[in-house]
Each structure stands twice: as C-alpha cells, then as structure tokens.
Design a protein around this ligand. Structure first.
Ligand SMILES: *Cc1c(COP(=O)(O)O)cnc(C)c1O
Length: 378
C-alpha cells in the first residue's frame, strides 16, 4: 500500500462515539460529532452517526459541503462563524451556525430569505477563554436583535473553553451559562432549545457535575483519539488508537549523534542540542513537517524521534531498517490535523470486524470497574 498513509479504524471511532453518547445521555446531554480533524470525512461522519451522535459539526464550510455532497442527512452545524460572503453557502448546507457578530446575522438572514428557509443561530458567549463569543452582559441585547431579524431563529446559546487560553470548563462557568439561558428565556419569553456547553475538554465537568441547562457538547478529539484534551490522557473505555500513521524508511545508516562543524539555525529554528553518545543507527522516514507535527508522533517501541525538517523525519532505531520498511506511529490531535490536511498522505479506511463486547450499547453496560468511566488509565 502507498506510504505515507493514515489508517483509520472506523469501528473504533463508532465505538468511541457510542460510549460517549451513552454516558452523556444519562446526564441529558446530546453529542454533536465534530469532523474537522478529518476534513469532514463522510466515512468518519457515518461512524459517528452509527455511534449515536444527533448531529454533526465542523468549523469549515468546505467540510460541511463535503458531508452534504456525500449524501449525509444528519443536521449540520457550522462551528465557526461564517464570513458574511459565505452566508449563502452556509444556509445551503447547515441548519445551525454559531454566531457572535450582527453583520453575520444580517448576512445569514438575507441568505435564508433568498433560499426560503429559516436558519438556526447559536449565539456564542465568551466565558473566559477569550476566543469567540459576545460578553455575557451583551448577550440579551444580541439575542433580542436576533429575535427581531427575519429568516433566522435563535436556537440557543453556546460557549467554547479550553482552546485558546486553556480555561477549564467548571461548575462555575457552566453554571454561568445555565443562569444566562434562564435569564434570557424569561426576558425574551422564549424557550432556548439548544445549550451547547463546549468541546471534549468539557467531559470531566460533564461527568462530575450536574449538567444544569447544558444539553449539548461538541465532541471531536475525544471521539477520534479517545483522550481528554486537558490532560491528553486516554479516557478509560475509549480507543486511543483509531488512527495510525504509516511511513516508509528511505535511509538507515550508522552515524554519529552530534553534528560536525559550526552550527547556526536549522530549517525550523534553533536545533535542540545533542550531546555525543557515539554511533547510533539513524533512520530517515519519508515524511516531514509539511505533513505532520513531529512532536505529536508516538513511535513504536525501540524507535525515537530525533528531529524533523520539511520532508525528512529523523529517527533513532535499534536496528538497521532497510528502505521500504514501514513504521507505524500513533498521533496526537496536532499531528492528526496536519496529516489529514497534507495532500501527500493517503487515507486508508477500514472497519475491524469483531467488536469488543465491553463497550457495545445494549444490553445496558455493566458498571465499569473504576468509579468513573473517565478515570485515567493506570
Ligand atoms: C473544534 C471545535 C470543537 C471540537 O473540539 P474537540 O476538542 O475536538 O472536541 C467544538 N467546538 C468548536 C467551536 C470547535 O471549533
């Protein structure tokens, strides 16, 4: 098979989705499956739907359009505000958009009117992480404005934490969102059906604290990589190995560990200093920073990552590996994003046939051995 390639186990993604959907449904929270790390892969989306997510979300219009073009019927949410000039494309493929600017609301209203539809809006509220969203004190005015705008309907409120400043979703900030929803409902005399509390970083909160008014989480990383983004530790009961990067060796030679000659900056800034450890087997794999974040790679036993330039991944291996040897790596979110976005990496989708009974949806799962299903693995 061609290299480099990313192998995607759709069964593991489906099982991760099902495990999270089952867990959160007990707390009155639906799951929006987020596909952006796979560029809106229809197959990954179908695996998430099979696992029980109620809708799909993506931050990029192109990815949502790919899902629609593939015939996916599930409701779609645009997770990043469209630009005004994307309004027509947005209402054509998404049923909900997350918004925080009046000009964007106007543009979506116009586009929805032209298309003869009502477009749903989720008003994003900034609760401390300082990325998108209006300040809480401005939410009521904005919500009123939406209520008075034709062809759009305020579906509810949303917030996003942890992505920019690493602010942890907590009983405090989630309580603030619930209280804001209650206040807006009584001021507007309107029920807000969707309260989207955040992303995979909200899982620890969702398990530990009462959900309040939050009835939706937008989950990408936890479904795809089975880990908690706040700690990057695998979540118990989830597969952390649904994705594998396979790369070919192009050179494997005995070389000294320390460079020879005066050194300046390398291709990507100041290289990490290496002390002389004698001769090692230095192995080069045919992939580079253009295709992957080398810091996010988990190499197999006996292999370590020494450095990477645009097109060369420099490894240390215990043995000489002939050119053409395939090396399998695990990936973190950063590595996955770049791999999926590189046109030089092929995609190989497969489904494992035998499902571990442990995480099947029915009959109801036996209680896990650890008190919380989100306890970290030993
Ligand atoms: C990417 C994204 C998500 C999903 O985040 P994960 O950490 O992958 O679960 C949720 N909401 C928004 C607004 C996003 O951009």
């Amino acid at each position: 098979m061609t290299c480099p390639r990313i192998e995607i186990d759709l069964t593991k993604i489906e099982e991760n989705a099902r495990t999270l959907v089952t867990l959160l449904s007990g707390r009155g929270i639906d799951v929006t499956g987020v596909t952006k790390a796979t560029l809106g892969s229809p197959e990954v989306a179908k695996a998430m739907i099979a696992g029980g997510v109620v809708r799909l979300g993506d931050s990029r219009l192109e990815n949502l359009e790919a899902l629609r073009d593939a015939g996916i019927q599930a409701p779609l949410t645009l997770l990043r505000s469209p630009t005004p000039d994307q309004a027509d494309r947005t209402v054509a493929c998404a049923s909900l958009s997350q918004v925080s600017e009046r000009d964007v609301v106007e543009a979506l209203s116009g586009a929805a009117g032209r298309r003869g539809v009502v477009h749903g809006l989720v008003l994003m509220v900034e609760l401390g992480d300082l990325r998108e969203g209006v300040l809480p004190e401005n939410a009521l005015d904005f919500a009123r404005h939406i209520s008075l705008t034709p062809h759009v309907a305020l579906a509810g409120l949303g917030t996003n934490l942890a992505c920019r400043a690493g602010v942890v979703p907590s009983a405090d900030n989630m309580g603030e969102l619930s209280a804001l929803v209650n206040r807006l409902e009584s001021e507007l005399g309107q029920h807000l059906s969707l309260v989207s509390g955040g992303n995979s970083a909200n899982l620890a909160w969702a398990i530990a604290a009462p959900a309040g008014r939050i009835n939706d989480l937008r989950l990408g990383e936890s479904i795809l990589l089975g880990c908690d983004p706040l700690t990057r530790i695998p979540l118990n009961g989830l597969h952390a190995d649904a994705f594998t990067l396979v790369v070919s060796v192009i050179e494997s030679l005995a070389k000294p560990t320390a460079p020879r000659g005066a050194t300046g900056e390398a291709a990507f800034g100041v290289p990490t200093q290496t002390g002389e450890r004698g001769t090692i087997i230095q192995t080069i794999a045919a992939i580079g920073r253009q295709d992957v974040d080398p810091d996010g790679l988990a190499p197999p036993q006996g292999i370590s990552v020494l450095a990477a330039s645009s097109d060369h991944l420099v490894l240390e291996s215990q043995h000489h590996l002939p050119p053409g040897t395939e090396i399998h790596f695990g990936l973190d979110y950063s590595a996955l994003l770049r791999v999926m976005t590189s046109p030089f990496v092929a995609t190989a989708l497969f489904a494992t046939t035998c499902l571990p009974t442990l995480i099947r949806p029915s009959p109801p799962p036996v209680p896990p051995p650890s008190p919380s299903p989100f306890a970290t693995r030993p």
